[in-house]
Design a protein around this ligand. Structure first.
Ligand code: NAD
Ligand code: ZN
Length: 365
């Protein structure tokens, strides 16, 4: 399956299928003749997937170098960026050569940003190996690292030349990581595609067991993200809808210390339920929709309540601080993605912080 991203001169394809890493040698040799490749990956992916790629490149006679960083969000740092730049430059990669991001969203963001700034911009290829990276972070051209002041504060828009989403890579992805990525797939249905959400309800088991619905779910999710990116490449308007569930989700990630206790996608799962419940409480959405979403996410093995993570009461004040920091208050109001129901999300810039506080207090009671 192919999803085309028609961004004029920077247009590219997202290929989704089996064996794409094995066939990458021929494909890259054909698309980028005579070029060398700097592969960036993390230690876990290096163990699970890198040999497939290096033997494919070797077989095709393609020159390549490998830079490995530790696995995990902590690698989206200036220090690890320095290691990657050092690796790419020491390998004498030239401006016409390519960076390959082989890994999850951490590697895509880090390697993509390194490509954006090395020699004033090198081409790069995304080979996303986590479900989250295949359906979300590898699409759209946002790259970057974290700063001590906050997540993703240093970065650049830099579109890849090609995305190879190999379904076989998901075979070694830990199940908890798979479920976390699935939350982002559900998100696209909840934003503006009720039919897709219903289809996910029908096909969830097949998607989790690796049946044919998995490729379709990934392709539909990529197509959905592409639609938003095209409508709004630099995120000034509708792309904000992709943040459904993320305001609450980020706040939960923050109060749990960005730790193993809560993966990003798990925070988004809880956040989407909270966004629906909050909308219902404001009289905007039917409350059955929140119940239906909760049921689906639970069946997918995702948490839907903060109690499942924190074990006790929702820490309302730290949540409010995190929300105010994340969204910054404009004239005393917050911007939230609210909804009128499944598939009917919208941007609301006029949310009273006190209403959010009251809602969170109710949820934590
Ligand atoms: P990740 O890259 O840390 O991957 C999760 C874990 O799975 C890691 O330990 C990794 O080593 C492991 N892993 C990945 N693929 C594997 C495989 N095939 N087999 C075995 N292990 C594998 O995290 P993620 O969830 O993929 O991505 C999260 C990151 O993505 C965050 O930093 C977030 O900010 C970023 N993100 C970026 C965008 C964007 O538009 N650029 C969008 C969403 C998220
Ligand atoms: Zn997300």
């Amino acid at each position: 399956r192919t999803v085309h991203v028609p961004l004029g001169e920077r247009a590219y394809d997202i290929l989704i299928g089996h064996g794409l890493i094995e066939s990458a040698g021929e494909r890259l040799a054909q698309a980028f003749p005579g070029r060398r490749f700097g592969i960036v990956t993390d230690m876990e992916v290096a163990q699970a997937q890198l040999p497939r790629l290096t033997s494919a490149l070797q077989a095709a006679g393609i020159g390549h170098e490998v830079v490995v960083v530790p696995a995990g969000e902590a690698s989206k740092s200036l220090d690890r960026l320095g290691d990657v730049l050092d690796g790419l430059l020491s390998a004498r990669l030239e401006r016409g050569d390519l960076v390959v991001a082989l890994g999850g969203g951490v590697i895509g963001d880090l390697a993509g940003f390194a490509a954006a700034i090395t020699r004033r911009g090198m081409d790069f290829v995304q080979m996303p190996t986590s479900l989250l990276a295949q359906v979300d972070s590898s699409v759209g051209g946002k790259t970057g690292i974290n700063a001590p002041q906050g997540k993703n504060l240093i970065g650049a828009f830099h579109q890849p030349r090609l995305v190879l989403a190999d379904l076989d890579a998901l075979e070694t992805l830990p199940p908890r990581q798979f479920a976390a990525g699935y939350a982002e797939i559900v998100k696209y249905g909840l934003i503006d595609d009720e039919g897709f959400f219903f289809w996910l309800e029908e096909n969830r088991a097949n998607i989790f067991s690796g049946g044919p619905a998995r490729a379709e779910a990934i392709a539909r999710a990529c197509a959905a993200k592409t639609r938003f990116v095209l409508a709004d490449e630099k995120e000034t308007g509708v792309r904000a809808l992709l943040n459904l569930g993320h305001t609450f989700g980020h706040a939960l990630e923050k109060v749990t210390g960005y730790s193993d206790r809560l993966l990003h996608g798990e925070g988004v799962a809880i956040g989407m339920v909270l966004a629906h419940r909050f909308s219902a409480r404001l009289g905007l959405a039917p409350s059955q929709d929140g119940v239906r979403i909760t049921r689906h996410l639970e069946a997918a093995g995702l948490p839907t309540e903060i109690g499942q993570i924190a074990g006790d009461k929702l820490p309302v004040e730290p949540m409010m601080d995190a929300i105010a920091q994340d969204k910054k208050v404009v004239r005393g109001k917050l911007t939230f993605i609210l909804t009128r129901g499944i598939g009917q999300a919208f941007v609301e810039r006029n949310v009273d912080p006190e209403a959010v506080r009251a809602f969170l207090e109710e949820m934590s009671a």
